[in-house]
Design a protein around this ligand. Sequence first.
Ligand code: BTN
Length: 257
Amino acid sequence: MNIDGLRSRITGLIGREIFYFDTVDSTNTTASEIAAKTLEGAVVLADSQGRGRGRLGRAWVSPPGVNLYMSIILMPDIRSRDATLITIMSSVACATALRRASGLDILIKWPNDLTVKRRKLGGILTDLKTEENKISLAVLGIGINVNADVERFPEDVKSIATSLKHESGSDYSRTEIAAEVLNELDVWYKILKTMDRDTLLSAWKQLSSTLGREVSAVTSRGVFRGLARDIDGEGLLIMELPTGEIMKISSGDVTLI
Ligand code: BTN
């Protein structure tokens, strides 16, 4: 990657400092470690990760030379109960940037899976620190499969994952993709900070592959099947169960049926 080229393309607060490593365990872990000593908007970027982390305790496959692994340090100072909006904001920014850069029909599966034709192109893992019911630190970890050869992914990931290259047949510049994503995040982070929920939620809804679909949700309270009706003002998924009961999901795994 051309880190100086990336630095020169940054337009706002996000990416004003970039720490680049050939390899780290997890860019989220490194970013959490350095957060107190750096500026808001700083980014930790690595060519590969030894222990890339996904949501729900899963591993994130992070081979060198092909993909993007980056974590952004944010200090949003919003209420803890609005935490899901950080996820909503970042998935809108990533999907918008990647659609523009690739022309692919990239959609968001609740809460923040970036997908193409139902296969996972990228994911976002947000590590939060709260103080007095406010979010003092959010480490936004973004993984995007850019030029990865999906056939080389582990067996269990192969059938559900994809990459920009796999979908379009072309190679992409990781520097360009990183710049697009970071600059778009800058736009949407400002919208989050002003708590313009309507703009955030309506953008997310336009890009959602989940709403209006029959889904199965694996949650800590059990597995539920139903219709994904909407998201609420805090970004929680509103499901209608076959009994007509309305249920809100705050975290877990959602599969389209
Ligand atoms: C998911 O499970 O969908 C979230 C995946 C997040 C992966 C990214 S890669 C950069 C950052 N560092 C990590 O260890 N995880 C995130």
